[in-house]
Design a protein around this ligand. Structure first.
Ligand code: FRU
Length: 507
């Protein structure tokens, strides 16, 4: 059992950051770019996972993220960093946090950031170490730490602010926000009786914190930990305000179309008054139905919009990009709203429009039964809008083949009339995982019998926004060599698409 002072440095933070920057640079120098993102946040090299400390500070957007700078596998965690003037174009920044205190010997884990009353940026994160000081065998010791910054780039460590008196093995991912005249922090934990819980802490000065009760206990006993909690208010169309509780649940078993991923991120909508428990009003809903989505975090934009970014997780498996010098990217920033049905609506942040040139409108298209029509010979990166006129189509499945290559590989995005779902299917993938995921399409999502899909393509990924944004699907899509075609396809019947518009990167 480790006994030393958790705030004692075991190395210089400056030197640890310099080594980390060097590690990233070495991998970036030999990186292969066949699947490396052009408009998604990632590191120039190495492994990344969860978004951390998402914020708008000193006039720029900041996305920090979990980073292993010395390899393309998960490893001792740092905070990597990218920033943006417009939320659409990101530039890499130096590594922001490296393990340097005893409490964080095995890594600086996920957390959040906000501007304090003194104008500094306050970053709260989990310090992680092994209980026996050597390896995972006896579990973790996790506490919450603070680091502050005057420029959003260089941080000064302020040490442990929330201890772990119960010695819980899982107690991490602080998310802090201003509530009335105090600050509150949600932290995920494995309770002493082994259940997934989210607890609150409260502070009047951002420095000294005290426990403020259990906000939520997961009802499923197989769910043993709730990672990356987030908690915020949104206004419903009728003007009523609701609280949204997001978390990434560990331990849920697959059930039909749900919980197919290694661990699963989603949300509850409900009511809450400070001092009381959160009372959910509906079921747990996935935030994204794709194979590669986990650990999302939100920020409140200066204009009040709630913006979310997730980690496109390899979902427990290997990702072929690991041979290319990098692994992992964040999703695009997504704006959240609450629908009249009490579920979230998500759209790519409006700032992303800056990425795209003028739309090439391909008009209304009619496909004969089983026809396939190539509409773009090479579209590695782009934004595709398609409206499927289901009322005027007889196809059993209809939609798009994206990233289709000469070797026969492609990723399928389309509507299945038998299951009434939108599928993201990688059966024909030539690299990486196969399999599919399918998101439900409620009757209310069909506008007069039409279903619209917005598909964002980057060199190695696809993100699908269904209808008015009630569902999303995100996955890696790792095409083979040569041009990457886009085709409209009908199976087992005819298809009428009332609109198909393709936009390519601007400039
Ligand atoms: C979620 C997570 C967090 C933790 C971090 C470590 O993916 O396990 O709970 O803080 O990743 O990298």
């Amino acid at each position: 059992m480790v006994r030393d002072d958790p705030n004692a440095p075991f190395t210089s933070h400056e030197q640890a950051l310099a080594r980390a920057d060097q590690g990233v640079a070495e991998q970036a120098a030999t990186r292969l770019d066949r699947w490396y993102p052009t408009f998604h946040v990632t590191s120039p090299g190495g492994w990344i996972n969860d978004p951390n400390g998402l914020c708008h500070y000193n006039g720029r957007w900041h996305a920090f993220f979990q980073l292993h700078p010395f390899g393309t596998q998960w490893g001792p965690m740092h905070w990597g960093h990218a920033s943006s003037a417009d939320l659409a174009h990101w530039r890499p920044e130096p590594v922001a946090l490296a393990p340097s205190l005893e409490a964080e010997r095995a890594g600086v884990y996920s957390g959040s950031a906000l501007t304090g009353p003194d104008g500094l940026l306050y970053a709260f994160y989990t310090a992680h170490r092994w209980r026996n000081g050597v390896n995972e065998d006896d579990g973790n010791l996790e506490v919450q730490c603070l680091a502050t910054s005057a420029d959003g780039i260089r941080f000064e460590k302020r040490g442990v602010v929330v201890g772990n008196p119960e010695g819980l093995r899982d107690f991490r991912d602080p998310k802090v926000w201003r509530q009335g005249d105090a600050w509150l922090m949600v932290v995920g934990r494995r309770s002493p009786d082994g259940r997934g819980e989210i607890v609150l802490h409260r502070s009047e000065d951002l420095l000294s914190w005290r426990p403020a009760g259990v906000l939520y206990r997961h009802p499923d006993p197989s769910v043993y930990m709730l990672e990356c909690p987030d908690f915020f208010e949104l206004e419903a169309p009728d003007g009523a305000r609701r609280w949204v509780l997001c978390f990434s649940a560990m331990g849920a078993r697959p059930s039909g179309y749900r919980f197919r991923n290694f661990n699963n991120a989603g949300y509850l909508v409900g009511t809450w008054r400070p001092g009381g428990p959160f009372v959910p009003e509906g079921d747990f809903r996935p935030l994204d139905w794709g194979q590669n989505f986990y650990a999302p975090q939100t920020l409140e934009a200066p204009d009040g919009r709630r913006i979310l970014m997730g980690w496109m997780s390899p979902n427990g498996g290997a990702l072929p990009t690991q041979d290319d010098g990098w692994c992992g990217q964040l999703t695009v920033p997504r704006e959240l709203a609450l629908g009249a049905d009490g579920a979230l609506r998500c759209a790519p942040a409006r700032e992303l429009e800056a990425l795209w040139g003028p739309a090439s409108e391909l008009g209304a298209l009619e496909l004969a039964a089983n026809e396939e029509l190539v509409v773009a010979g090479d579209l590695a990166v782009g934004c595709v809008d398609v409206t499927l006129d289901l009322g005027a189509s007889t196809a059993e499945r209809c939609g798009l083949k994206v990233h289709a290559t000469a070797d026969g590989g492609f990723t399928y995005v389309g509507y299945d009339d038998q299951t009434r779902r939108v599928a993201l299917d990688r059966l024909a993938a030539r690299a990486g995982e196969r399999g599919y995921r399918a998101a439900p399409v409620a009757e209310s999502q069909l506008a007069g019998g039409e279903l619209t899909l917005r598909v964002l393509l980057d060199r190695g990924s696809v993100e699908v926004f269904v209808g008015d944004g009630a569902q999303m699907l995100s996955a890696y899509s790792l095409p083979g060599p040569g041009p990457r075609a886009l085709a409209l396809v009908a199976e087992g019947g005819t298809l009428r698409a009332s609109r198909l518009a393709v936009r390519r990167p601007r400039g």
